[in-house]
Design a protein around this ligand. Sequence first.
Ligand code: CU
Length: 138
Amino acid sequence: MSKKAAFILSLLGVATGISISAGVPAGSSTPASGSTAIPAQTAPADQPKVIQIVAHKFAFEPNRITLKKGVPATLQLSSRDVQHGFYIRGLKVDEEILPGTTTEVTITPDKAGTFPTICDHFCGLGHKKMNMTVVVEE
Ligand SMILES: [Cu+2]
């Protein structure tokens, strides 16, 4: 009885092993070949716009940026002093900005509007006033 159970289990194990090993190479090879072909032809047009934002007590520089709806943009966030946050509620962006590193986030706004952006990591007495504006144009 236990031998029979072990036999069934081993069959299941083999079957599972086959389906996993067959699925992984097929899935990973398709995107890899696709992404090598794209940069050669359309890399410049597809390159997201890069915007650098520096956080410090108690402001962001620049304190207003403009993006386009549906167009990807890469935000490079850095801090001049302590840890800050970067929270755009309306665009579902929530990042930590650590001193000494650049936090990169690429967003593609799906709606136009004016989005208040705040530091959501307490950084001192002026923290509550630390904000900027992200404008998304249609
Ligand atoms: Cu803050």
